[in-house]
Design a protein. Structure first.
Length: 124
């Protein structure tokens, strides 16, 4: 399982969901589709219409990967922090039942408000 307490693991930028379809597609179940996708240096996160999938690429070659599935149904609370003038990173904090807090940090021009709406539409 990914250690979500290490915030530097997920400094994510927006990317085209089709870009990650070859890697994330085999994990999806019938009727599940990717709503948003974000990529770090090697790691990535996809938000589907059912869950959040975080992928941690490990090792020198990157062949070893840890896939963590976080269903929206297990989210108890969430918080969004937008980027500011001097702090250019935005954050999305999610509290999962049985797991605790998961923090995703976004760099650049990521619209975390729309991410908040995506999560809210599945949680509330």
């Amino acid at each position: 399982m990914i250690d979500f307490s290490n915030g530097s693991l997920f400094k994510l930028s927006s990317c085209n969901p089709q870009e990650l379809e070859p890697e994330a597609g085999p994990l999806l179940i019938e009727g599940e589709s990717i709503a948003a996708a974000f990529r770090g240096i090697r790691d990535f996160v996809v938000f589907t219409n059912k869950r959040l999938i975080a992928v941690n690429v490990q090792g020198i070659t990157g062949k070893k990967r840890d896939f963590t599935s976080l269903p929206y149904s297990k989210i108890q609370a969430f918080s969004v922090e937008t980027a500011g003038t001097f702090d250019l990173d935005a954050e999305l904090d999610l509290w999962f039942s049985g797991l605790g807090k998961v923090r995703l940090e976004f760099k650049g021009q990521v619209d975390v408000r729309s991410l908040s709406q995506l999560v809210a539409s599945h949680v509330l």
